[in-house]
Design a protein around this ligand. Sequence first.
Ligand SMILES: Nc1ncnc2c1ncn2[C@@H]1O[C@H](COP(=O)(O)OP(=O)(O)OP(=O)(O)O)[C@@H](O)[C@H]1O
Length: 598
Amino acid sequence: MKLSHVFQSLKARHSPTRVTLQQYGTLFATYLGPQWLRACVMALLLIGSIVLELLGPQIIRTFIDTLQSDSRMQALSIIALLYLGVALSSRLVAAFATYFSEDVGWNATNQLRADLTRHCLNLDRSFHAAHTPGELLERVDSNVETLVTFFSQFVIRILGSGILMLGILVLIARENVWFGAILGVYLILSNIIFVYVQRRATSIYTLHWQAEAELSGFWGELFHGLEDVTSSGAAHYMMRRYFHLQRRENTTEIKSIVFWAGFECTGLILDVISMLIVLILSASLFVQGMISLGTLVLLLTYTAQLLAHAFDIAEQLGTLQQASASIERINEIYQTQSGVQDGPGVTFPTGALALTFQNVSFSYEAAQTVLHTISFQLAAGEVVGLIGRTGSGKTTLMRLLTRFYDPTSGSVCLGGQDLRQARLDDLRARIGLVTQEVQLFQGTLRDNVTFFADTIPDQRILEAIEQLGMSTWYERLPQGLDTELSSDGGGLSAGEAQLLACIRVFLQQPQLLLLDEATSRLDPATEKILTQATRRLMAGRTTLVIAHRLSTVESVDHIMVLEDGRVLECNTRAALACDPTSHYNHLLRMMNAEDMLA
Ligand SMILES: Nc1ncnc2c1ncn2[C@@H]1O[C@H](COP(=O)(O)OP(=O)(O)OP(=O)(O)O)[C@@H](O)[C@H]1O
């Protein structure tokens, strides 16, 4: 059972935020269930340490009572040694229990993190447009991190302390019912207070994490756009924004600290009052001769243990508060379902795929239609050049093909199959995409072209480089496939990054190719290699190329001109070039005039 099942019940709740006991239970069952053997060892060790801790005061009582009635050294020494053995074993067992609980906690959270990452990867573009990478990092990593303690410490300490306190209460009640009753009332009272505080604190922690996530999101954006920020002298404004977000994060953190301090103080006051009552009561029972000195010490030790564990529980409730706030924030992501759902699956033909847009309209937001009833057809293997002003909808059209979004109305068919019927993985494996901004990763050239897939042999990569006509460029790289690249470009120009993307796509062997030409000015050598590589990539593939230069569309079969999300004209390149009334012809004439002027 995966996280989706855990949170399915959350969706049915009235409040989208508060986590119920049942849901905690489901979470534990999901992530601790597969580790049941370790969890059992952990529970056994836990019970062992509890029994040993309960034994300690009993041995002390026997020691004191023996000392008063029969002071033989041998008996006393045996009792003292027994106490030492029990105390040592108790520590040893507790240490093993902690080791197991940490191990179980890490395994559980690693699994949770993997489930959450997978879920985020499957969400559509509108989700990623609404959440910055920094914010997602905060949720997938930091929020899950908080749950390590929840899965490990929480179980061992809350459960352990709870059982221990119950045991102590029973043992105290056996000695004196009144004692048991008073301490029982104390526990119920403190429990009510803890539950109340827990409910209040969750919203405070949530606010704090929201502020933290915003700050992380800001850092992510700042470091990603560092070049733009510094070159435009905007560092000062960005720092102001940073201070604003930092102040908000600090304020919420202070609130949560103050709240927690108040909570601890309440616990402390309750402890002092309880200890005072116990002291007065036990002293009067002893003076009246109703209990022995050993029993008096036993009662006081048990009471001290009881209060210490009640405080420990209070501390652990802090973990629970943080955990519930984390679970809520994780749940928020988990409740988000992708607008693009997997289809039942279809069989695509082999080779290049025909493409049909039928009355396709699309809007990112309901109020603004970006594409208006677009219809066109491309036969298998044809190449269409898309031209149009900025904002005319070229990129959006491509996004519909990769199903980053689905059309608001109409349909897109590839190889005669409606894209919505296809499985996403299957569809995307058939489409090669070269975008303007190629994302590089920290790693070698090999890692970057294979997306870290170690199943692709070097020989295949080198063949791809050769077949794309990029050998001259490759030979210039200092360490060949081992050349280290970094996510900020690592010394590669925009054109070179597109070369790298061409290798990626070539290795993928897609049936449909989508190219978004780099807008930045390329040096003539790189441009030549890139032009050759893209031509070879296009061979035998249906291709849609967003062209920012007219020279790019010189070799295409069809040209489609987009304007304000509408197809202005779509025909063979030759037909449009010959038609003096066409927009393309107008652009050609303008270009020629510019050339003559130059
Ligand atoms: N994620 C988004 N959310 C909302 N609106 C968007 C989003 N992406 C693009 N748009 C809007 O959709 C319209 C078309 O944008 P699109 O990026 O498809 O144009 P384009 O022709 O590719 O432009 P360019 O040549 O500058 O890349 C624009 O008005 C743009 O503001």
